[in-house]
Design a protein around this ligand. Structure first.
Ligand SMILES: *[C@@H]1O[C@H](CO)[C@@H](O)[C@H](O)[C@H]1NC(C)=O
Ligand SMILES: *[C@@H]1O[C@H](CO)[C@@H](O)[C@H](O)[C@H]1NC(C)=O
Ligand SMILES: *[C@@H]1O[C@H](CO)[C@@H](O)[C@H](O)[C@H]1NC(C)=O
Ligand SMILES: *[C@@H]1O[C@H](CO)[C@@H](O)[C@H](O)[C@H]1NC(C)=O
Ligand SMILES: *[C@@H]1O[C@H](CO)[C@@H](O)[C@H](O)[C@H]1NC(C)=O
Ligand SMILES: *[C@@H]1O[C@H](CO)[C@@H](O)[C@H](O)[C@H]1NC(C)=O
Ligand SMILES: *[C@@H]1O[C@H](CO)[C@@H](O)[C@H](O)[C@H]1NC(C)=O
Length: 595
């Protein structure tokens, strides 16, 4: 792992330039400002190898839904590593939990999970589970008729992934899902949020292309397995793995053609699994996804007329239309259950108390990071005013009245992938100077994430693994965040659809006893869950579910497998899973706090 260190001058308001603060993203654009003084920050391995990303010119591959057409798409990827076995493994023995770990600390310092806020219980029907995503855990990328995805491609571009991890095998959850589900059930958790891979259902992606029955049958059995084990399946339609075909044919989410193709895919999934799935998401973290495609290596894959500056906003526009169309179909088809999308990020607090520029920066952060996908669904049907005031129409296409009507109300609940909550400051030249200058490096967001306080430079939380410098454990900010979400984008129900932590330097540990002792992650979960109970009981926030990211170690996008988020370790030689302390703590917490 490449880690570069530099120090940041706290007097300079510079810190981490994070207008594009990204959650779980391929190549972060955050660049720490090299100056003087006391605070050490770390720089993730970014996609510095910027030569050599190759994608066929968009439009140069004609739709061809034959075996040869599929080969042509796979040729863009090159060779794929075959998994060690290609049949679904049926667990032979029931899963036994290990004997309980000894307490981490004396009780006067930190209570055991069961003793945290014992007066509070989770409400009836609470979803208490884990989360994963298809690309990150499945492996078997070329098996059973699947078409290639853009992450199969991106992971092979020079510098695309820090440790060169591809999705070819990773956890091989594609064949090990029965065991993985049994292991979640053994912990007593009741829900697993996972994603369906579009290109397993439709290898060529497009609405007029054939459905791959093997892919449909696979997820059907995944869902049935969950139901058998009493682990509720929650399904996300799109977790960033765009069918490569659609990128090659027309530029994916930078083209209006994506809208009908997504709606067609959504309908296929709805009708296949209707009645067995009750909670659905159209999109995972669209804000991060649409920023991701503006960065290397995706920046060579656009529809004509789109560039890196406009791509995130064109993507947001088409993606929202795809979402609204899918929800309209969901309702027209009388699909059972509830549907929304997964927002991400935090509102933030002003870095310098009582500084009006920092207060304005917080509003810009809220608008660009969350409002972009929340205002249209929950409050106005339209983009946040701050975005419309900043971005001309060539950047941010405007919605018609009909589109606004389709968007408003197109979510049955609110979901937030809520990992952290940091300070937000104005850029050092001020918000106004930045907003009026399209050449400003912080335009159009014109706000910065600050990971330490403005007085003495104390870190705002517990530091994560250096491979994920966007993340810190900031439980102190959680209640305020949930209150802000509830106030700004009211909804009858909120899911904390992902939260989790990368244990610092876990990848450098070689012995199981070291790996299982994930103290920072355990503390993260225990403190956040305590804050969530207080949000529910003291603030009246309608939180109805939590989903720990992640069920198992997995391919963390641009960080690969060297940054770990699992509550279970995966031995990448044997594919064996091992519960970490955090898994046992989550289990104990639930046992003591379920109603
Ligand atoms: C990733 O692959 C590139 C190109 O083959 C190589 O130069 C680099 O050392 C590899 N990085 C790691 C961490 O294996
Ligand atoms: C894509 O991004 C890389 C890295 O920033 C850059 O070197 C390259 O020129 C970009 N390519 C295009 C076509 O914008
Ligand atoms: C919709 O489905 C429910 C069962 O899920 C059924 O009771 C109801 O009659 C259906 N409504 C229509 C209009 O098909
Ligand atoms: C901010 O303003 C409030 C109310 O005017 C005041 O009580 C507080 O001391 C101020 N804080 C700082 C750090 O100036
Ligand atoms: C990107 O496109 C926008 C809108 O057409 C244009 O204003 C801007 O100059 C373009 N940026 C680049 C780097 O070409
Ligand atoms: C706009 O920003 C660019 C890049 O920072 C800078 O060179 C230029 O002077 C700024 N223009 C004005 C009018 O401030
Ligand atoms: C992973 O499995 C290999 C092969 O059995 C073994 O040598 C290695 O020690 C295991 N790693 C851990 C952390 O247990």
């Amino acid at each position: 792992m490449h880690i570069s260190r530099c120090t940041v001058g706290i007097g300079l308001l510079q810190a981490i330039r994070a207008a594009h603060a990204q959650t779980a993203i391929a190549s972060t654009t955050e660049t720490p400002a090299p100056t003087t003084a006391t605070v050490t920050v770390v720089d993730v391995p970014t996609a510095t190898a910027t030569t050599g990303a190759y994608f066929p010119p968009v439009g140069s591959i004609e739709p061809d839904y034959s075996a040869e057409g599929l080969d042509e798409l796979w040729n863009v990827i090159g060779s794929v590593e075959a998994p060690p076995f290609t049949t679904t493994v049926t667990p032979t023995a029931s899963v036994a939990l290990p004997s309980p770990p000894p307490p981490l600390y004396p009780a006067f310092f930190a209570p055991e999970p069961k003793d945290i806020l014992p007066q509070y219980k989770f409400p009836a029907g609470f979803k208490y589970g884990v989360a994963t995503a298809a690309y990150q855990v499945e492996g078997a990328v070329k098996d059973e008729g699947k078409g290639p995805t853009m992450w199969d491609w991106a992971s092979r571009q020079p510098g695309g992934v820090a440790d060169n991890t591809t999705g070819d095998i990773v956890d091989l959850n594609y064949y090990l899902y029965k065991m993985d589900t049994a292991r979640v059930a053994a912990l007593g958790l009741n829900t697993h949020s996972f994603s369906v891979s579009w290109s397993r259902i439709l290898p060529y992606g497009a609405a007029d292309s054939p459905v791959n029955q093997e892919g449909v049958d696979h997820y059907s059995d995944v869902i049935d397995t969950h139901l058998e084990y009493g682990v509720e399946p929650v399904v996300t339609l799109f977790h960033w793995d765009t069918p490569l075909a659609l990128q090659a044919y027309y530029g994916g989410f930078t083209s209006p053609k994506i809208v009908d193709d997504f709606i067609n895919y959504a309908k296929a999934v709805f009708s296949a699994y209707n009645g067995r799935v009750k909670t659905w998401y159209t999109f995972n973290e669209p804000r991060v996804f649409c920023e991701q495609i503006a960065s290397y290596p995706f920046n060579v894959t656009y529809a004509a007329g789109v560039n890196t500056s406009t791509a995130p906003f064109h993507c947001a526009y088409y993606l929202l239309k795809a979402h609204a169309g899918a929800v309209k179909a969901f309702r027209a088809m009388n699909i059972s259950g509830e549907i929304a999308l997964k927002n991400d990020d935090f509102v933030g607090t002003p870095w310098r108390a009582n500084n009006t520029d920092d207060a304005e920066a917080v509003e810009r952060h809220a608008a660009f990071q969350i409002g972009i996908f929340s205002d249209p669904l929950y409050t106005t049907g339209d983009w946040p005013q701050i975005m419309k005031d900043t971005l001309p129409e060539e950047y941010l296409p405007r919605f018609t009245d009909e589109e606004k009507a389709d968007l408003l109300g197109s979510a049955d609940f609110y979901a937030i992938d809520s990992y952290r909550s940091w300070f937000v400051s104005a850029p050092d030249n001020g918000v106004a100077a930045c907003v009026s200058n399209t050449s400003d490096p912080n335009w159009p967001q014109c706000n910065l994430n600050m990971v330490y306080d403005a007085q003495a430079g104390w870190a705002a939380g517990v530091l994560s693994d250096p491979g994920t410098d966007w993340l810190g454990a900031t439980p102190d900010g959680a209640r305020e965040l949930f209150n802000e979400l509830n106030r700004r984008w009211p909804s009858p129900k909120i899911y904390v659809s992902e939260f989790g932590f990368s244990e610092p330097f876990e990848n450098e540990r070689t012995q199981l006893y070291e790996i299982k002792q994930d103290v920072a992650r355990t503390n993260y979960y225990m403190t956040y869950l305590g804050e969530i109970l207080q949000s529910i009981h003291e603030d009246g926030v309608p939180i109805a579910g939590i989903f720990a990211w992640a069920m198992i170690d997995n391919a963390e996008w641009g960080s690969g497998i060297s940054t770990k988020f699992g509550i279970q370790h995966v031995n990448y030689t044997t594919l064996e899973r091992t519960y970490k302390r955090s898994a046992i703590a989550l289990s104990d917490f639930w046992a003591a706090h379920q109603s």
